[in-house]
Write a protein that binds this ligand. Structure first.
Ligand code: ADP
Ligand code: MG
Length: 325
């Protein structure tokens, strides 16, 4: 059997079943971070993510400072996704000899800026050579008050499905990069959204103080795929109103110029790093942070999404997000 036959998430299930789950209240494979309870009133959060040349970035296109920023930010985002406070990072590189010291210095400058911005220290890592491509692996550690990490499995029937920010900008930015389109005005904004993601740490921390927020994750593969993770973990289905998906002015303008469908970027495109959370309707009414309600959860077929609105019901149509393999 080839890897493409089971896909990225099938492979992760295979890995999970080949290892023993953590003891007690430990949360292991399957959420944005592992959660390790301590005995001082806090839980430790750990997440790790790789960025591989030609899979996650094109070396000649992304400026090294922005690659550094992005490598840190996409990992910090997983701590934000649990409602946690990030505190430390570990940085590992497999470096082709062709890279210059100036390149690495610029990368480190961007990496450090992201760590400074969100209050992390760089505490270690690993450095090796690579025969060809650049690979970067970052591990981030954080904490939250005991038992307050928001898991994908905590959603309840009736919860509203909400997101922070706008969706699709990053994926449209990637399309502009890949098609070599001109970068001016709104197009350059979208490329920057792809290269300079903003982890929603403050929003995640605020959301974790609201007991009505039951489940949360960050949108790294597109809401169409990421929402299904919450639905499967919580054994629920959802109705999503396509007319309510938040789209930026920049996305709408670039899409109308190029004849693209903005919803495809918003639903299937990854790397927005906005927060996707579920909340009971009473709590939502008092929520202070800016957000958009995009749908609601129901008991029913686990993992099923009905896409409604925008002129027509799309109940038979299944949007897909990004997956490796
Ligand atoms: P995210 O997009 O939030 O970074 P992923 O989709 O990469 O999450 O991973 C989903 C879950 O699978 C996470 O809990 C992650 O730790 C786990 N996981 C992914 N790859 C591996 C692996 N090779 N070994 C163990 N766990 C893994
Ligand atoms: Mg995540």
């Amino acid at each position: 059997m080839k890897l493409s036959d089971i896909g990225e998430f099938g492979l992760i299930s295979e890995i999970a079943s080949a290892s023993s789950p953590g003891p007690g209240r430990v949360v292991g494979i399957g959420d944005d971070c592992a959660v390790m309870p301590r005995n001082d009133g806090f839980d430790t959060l750990v997440s790790t993510d790789m960025l591989v040349e030609d899979v996650h970035f094109i070396l000649d296109d992304i400026p090294p400072e922005l690659l550094g920023w992005k490598s840190a930010s996409v990992n910090i985002s997983d701590i934000a996704a649990m409602g946690g406070q990030p505190e430390a990072a570990f940085l590992s590189f497999a470096l082709p000899e062709t890279l210059s010291l100036d390149y690495i210095r610029a990368f480190l400058d961007g990496f450090r800026k992201a760590l400074d911005c969100f209050g992390l220290s760089l505490l270690g890592g690993d450095t090796t050579s690579s025969p060809d491509k650049l690979s970067i692996s970052v591990t981030v550690i954080g904490h939250c008050k005991s038992g307050t990490a928001r898991l994908r499995s905590g959603a309840l029937p009736g919860d509203l499905v909400c997101v922070t920010g706008c969706l699709g900008d990053s994926a449209a930015g990637l399309r502009i990069i890949l098609e070599g389109l001109p970068r001016s005005g709104p197009s350059s904004e979208l490329v920057l959204r792809h290269y300079r993601p903003q982890p929603r740490v403050n929003q995640g921390l605020l959301l974790s103080t609201c007991p009505g927020v039951h489940a949360m994750m960050d949108i790294s593969d597109g809401i169409a795929s990421d929402l299904v993770h919450i639905l499967k973990a919580s054994h629920l289905s959802a109705r999503i109103d396509l007319g309510n998906i938040p789209l930026s002015g920049e996305l709408l303008s670039v899409c109308s110029e190029n004849g693209w469908n903005p919803l495809e970027f918003a639903l299937e495109g990854g790397e927005d790093y906005e927060l996707l959370f579920t909340i009971d309707s009473q709590s939502e009414a008092g929520l202070a942070i800016p957000h958009t309600i995009v749908g609601q959860l129901f008991s029913g077929e686990s993992g099923k999404v009905d896409w409604l609105g925008n002129g027509a019901d799309h109940t038979d149509f299944q949007y897909k997000g990004y997956t490796h393999f």
